[in-house]
Design a protein around this ligand. Structure first.
Ligand SMILES: [Zn+2]
Length: 173
């Protein structure tokens, strides 16, 4: 059982590495989203899926633009920038809890910022659009685009998850 599990982990590790390399190569070749099926987070199979028409019906226009089209909201535009109550920020697409309020901090960027997601709640991908190499953050349950993560955050992680407020909903604890 143990060795089977270890083998499974190595296979998963290898495929994750392959996926990363493939998305890097795809990024060099052409626009984002041009990677092969099953390789990028966008093309992975997610537990929560909808057709594009269903997403459009389900989401507010700005949430659709961010989550499903990898858009970026205007800085300072989200009311969640000023949200300081105790609670949890969840995915506006599928309601998966993503960031506890205890990990939110004021980054001064105009986007809700966090130093740590709920364990296993988000997945990451390399984003090479806008002539920059950034790490994209996506919802681990529906694959919705949330924002990016940078290495200039506060302790204890020193990470700054720069998240579009339109991709989130807030629930008071
Ligand atoms: Zn989601």
């Amino acid at each position: 059982m143990m060795s089977r599990r270890n083998t499974l982990f190595s296979v998963l590790g290898l495929s994750a590495l392959t996926a990363t390399l493939t998305s890097v190569v795809a990024g060099l070749r052409g626009p984002a989203g041009a990677s092969a099926p099953g390789q990028s987070p966008q093309a992975r199979s997610y537990a929560f899926t909808q057709t594009p028409a269903e997403w459009k019906q389900r989401l507010k226009p700005e949430a659709y633009y961010v989550l499903r089209q990898a858009g970026t909201e205007r800085p300072g535009s989200s009311p969640l920038n000023r949200e300081k109550r105790t609670g949890v920020f969840s995915c506006a697409g599928c309601a998966l809890p993503l960031f506890p309020s205890a990990t939110k901090f004021e980054s001064g960027t105009g986007w809700p910022s966090f130093w740590q997601p709920v364990a296993g709640a988000v997945v990451e991908d390399t984003d090479t659009t806008l002539l920059m190499k950034r790490t994209e953050v996506l919802c681990g349950q529906c694959g919705g685009h949330l924002g990016h993560v940078f290495n200039d955050g506060p302790p204890p992680t020193r990470l700054r998850y720069c998240i579009n407020g339109a991709a989130l909903t807030f629930t008071v604890a």
